[in-house]
Design a protein around this ligand. Structure first.
Ligand SMILES: Nc1ncnc2c1ncn2[C@@H]1O[C@H](COP(=O)(O)OP(=O)(O)OP(=O)(O)O)[C@@H](O)[C@H]1O
Length: 242
C-alpha cells in the first residue's frame, strides 16, 4: 500500500473549543476514501489541515510522503483540492481559468491545451469554455472548480462536499472522473453528507462526530444510514457523559 495522505494524532482547536481532536486517518493510492459527518462535525477543518490552509496544534500530517510543514511547490502541484468554495476568476472564461490553474501547477505549456480540452469534455463544460465564470450557474462553477482540481491528474485529490451544487448528470460525471483517477493510482478523499452517494463510490468510509473519528461504515452494508446514526449517537452520548 502507498500512503497518499496520513494524519497521526492531528488536533486543531479553534478559539471557543470546537475543532478536531487526535485524528488518525490515511488515504491510499487507488482508493476513494469518504469522510462523513453531520454539520459541524469537523470535515472541512480536517480538509483545510490536509491542504495546508490550517496548521495543526499537534500531531503529524504527511502529504504524498512529505511533512505538510515542509512540503514545497513540487509536492502541492501533485495535489488537487476543492475546499469550501470552488475558486475561479469571475472575469475570466472557463478555458482561461483552467489554463491558469494548470500554469500555477507547473504543467508544461505544450500540454495545457489538450489537457484543458480533455477535462472540458470529461465534465461536460465545453459550452462554458468561453463564458466568464461570473455568468456561470452555481453548479457549473462547481464543475469548473472540480475540473481545475482534477485536470492535471494529481496523485492526491481532496474534495470537500463536491456534489453539493451538482445536478444528477454532474454527479455521475464526477463519480466516473474520480473512479478513473483512483484506477490510475490517485488517492481520493471526499467529504459528504450524502450516504447513498458515498456508498456508490467509496472503498472506505470514515465517520466523524464532534471533531473525532468515531468509526467506519461498510460501503456494501445493508442499512448504512442506520449504522451511521448508531455510531454518531454512541459517540455523542459517551462524549456528553465524559
Ligand atoms: N474559523 C472558525 N472559528 C471557530 N470555530 C470554527 C471555525 N470554523 C469552524 N468552526 C467550528 O468547528 C467545528 C467544525 O466545523 P467544520 O466546518 O469543520 O465542520 P463540517 O463537518 O465541515 O460541517 P458542515 O458539514 O456543516 O460543512 C464546528 O463546531 C464549527 O462551528
Amino acid at each position: 500500500m502507498t500512503d497518499r495522505l496520513r494524519l497521526t494524532g492531528v488536533t486543531r482547536a479553534y478559539r471557543g473549543g470546537a475543532g478536531v481532536r487526535s485524528v488518525d486517518l490515511d488515504v491510499q493510492a487507488g482508493e476513494v476514501h469518504a469522510l462523513v459527518g453531520l454539520n459541524g462535525a469537523g470535515k472541512s477543518t480536517l480538509m483545510k489541515l490536509m491542504v495546508g490552509m490550517l496548521r495543526p496544534d499537534a500531531g503529524e500530517l504527511a502529504v504524498l510522503g512529505a511533512d505538510v510543514r515542509v512540503a514545497g511547490p513540487d509536492r502541492w502541484a501533485r495535489v488537487g483540492a476543492v475546499i469550501e468554495y470552488p475558486l475561479a476568476y469571475g472575469e475570466l472564461d472557463g478555458r482561461t481559468n483552467l489554463e491558469l490553474a494548470a500554469r500555477l501547477r507547473g504543467v508544461p505549456a505544450r500540454r495545457i491545451r489538450p489537457m484543458v480540452d480533455d477535462v472540458l469534455a470529461e465534465l461536460d463544460l465545453h459550452r462554458y469554455a468561453s463564458v466568464p465564470a461570473r455568468r456561470m450557474s452555481l453548479g457549473n462553477k462547481q464543475r469548473l472548480g472540480l475540473a481545475a482540481a482534477l485536470q492535471h491528474r494529481p496523485d492526491l485529490i481532496v474534495l470537500d462536499e463536491p456534489t453539493n451544487a451538482l445536478d444528477p448528470a454532474g454527479i455521475i460525471l464526477l463519480r466516473e472522473a474520480l473512479l478513473r483517477r483512483a484506477a490510475d493510482g490517485a488517492g481520493v478523499l471526499v467529504s459528504s453528507h450524502h450516504l447513498d452517494e458515498v456508498a456508490r463510490i467509496a472503498t472506505r468510509i470514515t465517520v466523524i462526530a464532534d471533531g473525532r473519528v468515531v468509526g467506519r461504515l461498510d460501503p456494501d452494508g445493508v442499512d448504512i444510514e442506520r449504522s451511521f446514526f448508531a455510531l454518531v449517537h454512541a459517540a455523542t452520548t459517551s462524549g456528553a457523559r465524559s
